[in-house]
Design a protein around this ligand. Structure first.
Ligand code: PEP
Ligand code: MG
Length: 843
C-alpha cells in the first residue's frame, strides 16, 4: 500500500470540507480533501510536484505529484471574482516545486473585506487515483505539520480506452460571468462522470478532460468563449444531449443566462426591459437623455416585423453554407457602397459606424456558430438568424454599456444579411413629416437614414446614451430619448407629444398652449442660432474692443474640421484619450505624430493645444493594468499616470514635439496638483527634447483643475507659458462633489462663487507673471458664464464645437467694463443661483 503525506499549505485551523459554506465543496463535487482557516498569508506546496494549473485570477493552483495525484488549492470562496486583486502567484505553470515552496502570496486583510470567506481548500480532484485519505484536525503549521495522508489506488492514472461513436455538440457560448471557474467546472466534471464515454471540452485547439475539474479550469474559459463538447464511447449521444444544454445554461452559476432561443420562437423573459423610475405625472414618460433638444410633433410608431424563416434547409449542407457565404459577401459589398456614399457626403462618423458593421460580418465566432448549425441540417437563414440573435443577446447583457450598445449594431447588420438570404430586404418605412418616432429599438441604419427635416425626434425603449444610435442622433442634431417607459409603444399614431431630449422625457397629451409656447421658443432660438452662425467668422470682441479667443474642444480630426467651419480660432483642448481608448496596444510615436500633424494642418495655422493622456482610475486602459483604487478620482489619474508609468507619456511627448515642427502646437498636462509634478514633467519633456533632432518649438501649459493649483497659481505661472482651467474637475474637487454623481452632479455648478474665486485667483497669479489663462471646462460653453469669465480676465474660451457661434455672440453682446463689474458682483454672491440670477437680470 503506497501512501503520500501532504503537509499543511498554510498556518491555520483545519475544518472538515462538509463545513465549508459552499455546496460545491461541502458536497465534494470538486473532490475530497479539507479546508483551512488561514492564519498565514503564503500558500505553500504540500509535497513535491509540478504546477499543472495556475488560474489567471491567481486564487487557485493545482499541483500534480509524481504519482499523478492532482491537488487543487483554492484560496477563499468566490475569490475568482476579484480577478487577481490581492493575490501574487509565486510560481509559473510547469514549474517543479518542493514541499514548503511558496505558491501564492495573498493579502488576507484585503480578501477578508471582499471575499465571501477566506477558507482555503486543499482537494484531490482525481479521486479515482486514491484509495483513501486520513485528515488531521485542529491547528497546523504551514510546511511543517502533515494534514492529509493519501493511500494511492493501484494502477492510478491508467486511462481505459472506451470504444464507441464520437459525437460533437453545437458550438456553445459560455454564459458564466466569471467563466468556468471552480464551481461550474466541478458541476460539469460531476455531470460528465455520470457517463461512460470519454468527454472532452474543446475551445479552439485546446482540449480538456470534462471529467476533471482542474483540466477544465486549465482552459481558463471566459464569458462569451465558444466551446464544443465531444463525447466518444457507448453513451456519447446521450452524454452530449444531457451536457450541452447544462453548459449553455451556465451550470447553475449565478448571473448566467442561457443562450436565447431563435427569434422565431417564444420570447425570452430575461429580455424584459429593466424596471425604470416612473414619474408621478401620468402624462410624463421618463427615459434617459440621448440627444438634446425639444421636439414637438406627432407620434409615429416604427415597427420592425421579424423575418420568418424555415428551420431546415437543403439536404446538402454545402449548398446552405454557400448561400450564407454569398449573402455575407453581398452584405459586405452593400456596406462598402454605403460607406463610399457617406464619405462622399463628408460624413465620416456615419461611415465609420458602417465600417464597424463590415467588421462584425467577418467575426469568425459568428460564422462558426452559423456554420455549425448548418452542418446539423439547419437552413442558412435560420442558422444565421440564430447566430446573430444569440450573439446580440449576449452583448446586450454585458455590464459594459459600450459593449452592450453594440448589440443593436449586430442586430442591424444581422438583419441586413438575413434580408439578403430570404430575399426580403429591409423595407424603408414611409415616415410622415413632423413625426416623433417611437420604437422598441432603432438600428444605426435606421437612424442614419432619418431626415431631420421630417423626423423631429425619437424615443426608444432600449438603448443608452452611449449607443451608436445616440451618437448618430447627436450628429444629426435630432432630439432623442433612450430607455423610455415601454408604455410609449402603446401611444396611437398621430397623437401630439413633446420630446425633451436634454431631460430624457416624453410628454403626452400636452395642452395646446404649451405646444404654442414651445414652438415660439424654438422659433426664437432658431432665429438666434441662424444669426450667430451668420456671424461665426467675426472675431469675439466686446462692444468696447476687448478681444477674446474662442477655440474648440475636440476629440479628433473630424471635430477639428467641423470647428473650423463654425468659426473656431484654433483648438484649446484636444482630449488625446481618443487615441488610446478602445484598443489593445498603445498608439505608436509615429502614429501619434501623424495624427497631431494632421489635426494641426486642418487648423490652417491656428494654434492647437494637445492635452496629454488623461485617463486612470475610473477610465482604465486595457494595455495599462492598474490596481483598483478606493477613490479613483483622487488616485493615479491624469498626469499621475504619466509620472507613474513614464513610457507612455514619453512616447506621447516625443510625438507632440515632433508634430510641433509642422504647426503651432502647445502641450498641456492634466490634473497638476503640486509644483513637484510639473517640475518632473518638464524634466521629462526636456530630456526628450534634447534627444530629438526634429523637435518643434512647443510651449508647455497646465490644466488648473485642482484647487491647489489655483491657490498657488503665481508659483505655477513661473513654471509654464499658460493655464487652461478645467472647470469640470475644478468644480468637482472644489465642492467635493463627484461630477458624475446622479444626485450631486446637477449641484456641482461652476457658477458657485467659491469656484469663481478660484478662477479669479488663477488669473491673478498668471497676470502677475505675464502669462495667459483660458478656460476649457464645460463652463466656457455656457453663454451665461461667458461675461463673468471675460470679466475675470480669461483670455481664451475653449468650447464644445456646436457652441462656438453662440459663445462668440455672447462675448460680442457686452462691453468689457460691464463684464468686469458683473464679475466683481458675482464674486460677492453666496450661491450659484444668485450668480445666475445676476446675469439673467442683467440681460
Ligand atoms: C475639465 O475637467 O474641466 C476638463 C476640461 O477636463 P475633462 O472634462 O476632460 O476631465
Ligand atoms: Mg478634467
Amino acid at each position: 500500500m503506497v501512501t503520500l503525506e501532504l503537509r499543511a499549505p498554510l498556518d491555520g485551523i483545519i475544518l472538515p470540507l462538509e463545513q465549508v459554506p459552499d455546496p460545491v465543496f461541502s458536497q465534494k463535487m470538486v473532490g475530497d480533501g479539507l479546508s483551512i482557516d488561514p492564519l498565514s498569508q503564503v500558500l505553500t506546496a504540500p509535497c513535491p510536484g509540478t504546477i499543472s494549473q495556475l488560474h489567471h485570477a491567481g486564487h487557485a493552483v493545482t499541483l500534480t505529484t509524481g504519482e499523478g495525484i492532482e491537488i487543487l488549492m483554492h484560496i477563499g470562496l468566490d475569490t475568482v471574482t476579484l480577478k487577481g486583486e490581492g493575490f501574487t502567484p509565486k510560481v509559473t505553470l510547469g514549474q517543479q516545486v518542493a514541499t514548503g515552496d511558496a505558491l501564492i502570496a495573498f493579502e488576507a486583510d484585503f480578501l477578508a473585506t471582499r471575499a465571501k470567506s477566506l477558507l482555503t481548500l486543499m482537494i484531490v480532484t482525481n479521486g479515482e487515483a486514491i484509495a483513501g485519505m486520513v485528515q488531521a484536525s485542529g491547528r497546523v503549521r504551514g510546511g511543517q505539520d502533515p494534514c492529509l495522508t493519501l493511500t494511492l489506488a493501484e494502477g492510478a492514472g491508467a486511462a481505459a480506452e472506451i470504444a464507441g461513436k464520437r459525437v460533437t455538440s453545437d458550438a456553445i457560448l459560455i454564459p458564466n460571468p466569471t467563466g468556468l471557474h471552480a464551481r461550474p467546472a466541478a458541476v460539469l466534471a460531476n455531470l460528465s462522470k455520470g457517463f461512460a464515454s470519454k468527454i472532452l471540452l474543446q475551445r479552439g485547439d485546446d482540449q480538456a478532460n470534462a471529467k476533471s475539474v482542474t483540466s477544465i479550469m486549465g482552459l481558463e474559459i471566459a464569458l462569451g468563449d465558444k466551446v464544443v463538447l465531444i463525447a466518444e464511447g457507448p453513451d456519447s449521444q446521450v452524454a452530449i444531449d444531457a451536457l450541452a444544454p447544462e453548459l449553455a445554461a451556465g451550470l447553475g452559476d449565478e448571473g448566467s443566462r442561457p443562450a436565447p432561443a431563435p427569434a422565431t420562437t417564444e420570447p425570452d423573459p430575461a429580455k424584459a426591459p429593466a424596471p425604470r423610475p416612473l414619474s408621478d405625472d401620468p402624462n410624463l414618460l421618463l427615459g434617459v437623455a440621448a440627444s438634446p433638444g425639444l421636439g414637438v410633433g406627432k407620434v409615429y410608431q416604427l415597427r420592425r416585423e421579424e423575418i420568418q424563416v424555415p428551420e431546415t434547409g437543403d439536404t446538402d449542407p454545402r449548398k446552405e453554407r454557400r448561400k450564407l457565404e454569398d449573402a455575407l459577401d453581398r452584405g459586405k459589398n452593400e456596406l462598402e457602397a454605403l460607406q463610399t456614399e457617406l464619405k462622399a457626403q463628408s460624413d465620416a462618423k456615419k461611415a465609420a459606424i458602417f465600417a464597424a458593421h463590415q467588421e462584425l460580418l467577418g467575426d469568425p465566432d459568428l460564422i462558426d456558430i452559423a456554420e455549425s448549425a448548418i452542418a446539423k441540417g439547419k437552413g442558412a437563414a435560420f442558422a444565421w438568424q440564430r447566430a446573430y440573435t444569440t450573439h446580440a443577446e449576449r452583448l446586450s447583457r454585458l455590464k459594459n454599456e459600450i459593449m452592450a450598445g453594440r448589440a443593436a449594431d449586430l442586430r442591424d447588420v444581422g438583419r441586413r444579411v438575413l434580408g439578403i438570404l430570404t430575399g426580403q430586404p429591409v423595407e424603408e418605412p414611409k415616415i410622415p413629416a413632423g413625426s416623433i418616432l417611437i420604437a422598441e429599438e432603432l438600428t444605426p441604419s435606421d437612424t442614419a437614414q432619418l431626415n431631420p427635416a421630417e423626423v423631429l425626434g425619437f424615443a426608444t425603449v432600449s438603448g443608452g446614451a452611449t449607443s451608436h444610435v445616440a451618437i448618430l442622433a447627436r450628429a444629426l442634431d435630432i432630439p432623442a430619448v433612450a430607455g423610455i417607459e415601454p408604455r410609449a409603444l402603446d401611444l396611437p399614431n398621430g397623437s401630439d407629444v413633446i420630446l425633451d431630449g436634454g431631460r430624457g422625457q416624453l410628454r403626452i397629451h400636452p395642452e395646446p398652449a404649451e405646444i404654442d409656447r414651445i414652438l415660439e421658443a424654438k422659433a426664437r432660438l432658431a432665429a438666434k442660432k441662424a444669426a450667430d452662425l451668420a456671424a461665426a467668422f467675426e472675431p469675439a470682441t466686446t462692444r468696447d474692443g476687448h478681444n477674446v479667443e474662442v477655440v474648440a474642444n475636440i476629440g479628433g480630426i473630424e471635430d477639428a474640421r467641423k470647428g473650423m467651419t463654425l468659426g473656431a480660432e484654433g483648438v484649446g483642448l484636444l482630449r488625446s484619450e481618443f487615441l488610446y481608448l478602445d484598443r489593445s496596444t498603445a498608439p505608436t510615436e509615429d502614429e501619434q505624430t501623424q495624427i497631431y500633424s494632421d489635426i494641426s494642418a486642418a487648423l490652417n495655422g491656428h494654434p492647437l493645444i494637445i492635452r496629454t493622456l488623461d485617463v486612470g482610475g475610473d477610465k482604465p486602459l486595457a494595455y495599462l493594468p492598474m490596481p483598483r483604487e478606493e477613490n479613483p478620482m483622487l488616485g493615479i489619474r491624469g498626469v499621475r499616470i504619466g509620472l507613474d508609468r513614464p513610457e507612455i507619456l514619453r512616447t506621447q511627448v516625443r510625438a507632440i514635439l515632433r508634430a510641433g515642427k509642422t504647426g503651432k502646437i502647445r502641450m498641456m498636462f492634466p490634473m497638476i496638483a503640486t509644483l513637484d509634478e510639473i517640475r518632473s514633467v518638464k524634466g521629462l519633456v526636456e530630456e526628450e527634447r534634447a534627444k530629438l533632432p526634429d523637435a518643434g518649438d512647443v510651449e508647455l501649459g497646465i490644466m488648473v483643475e485642482v484647487p491647489a493649483a489655483a491657490v498657488l497659481a503665481r508659483q505655477f505661472a513661473r513654471e509654464v507659458s499658460f493655464f487652461s482651467i478645467g472647470t469640470n474637475d475644478l468644480t468637482q474637487y472644489g465642492l467635493a462633489m463627484d461630477r458624475g454623481h446622479p444626485k450631486l452632479g446637477a449641484k456641482a455648478d461652476a457658477m458657485n462663487p467659491a469656484i469663481l474665486r478660484l478662477i479669479a485667483l488663477t488669473v491673478e497669479g498668471a497676470d502677475a507673471e505675464g502669462k495667459w489663462v483660458g478656460v476649457c471646462g464645460g463652463m466656457a460653453s455656457d453663454p451665461q458664464a461667458v461675461p463673468i469669465l471675460v470679466g475675470l480676465g480669461v483670455k481664451e474660451l475653449s468650447v464644445s464645437v456646436p457652441a462656438i457661434p453662440a459663445i462668440k455672440a455672447a462675448v460680442r453682446a457686452r462691453a468689457f467694463a460691464e463684464c468686469q463689474t458683473l464679475a466683481q458682483q458675482a464674486l460677492a454672491q453666496g450661491t450659484a443661483a444668485e450668480v445666475r440670477a445676476l446675469v439673467q437680470s442683467d440681460d
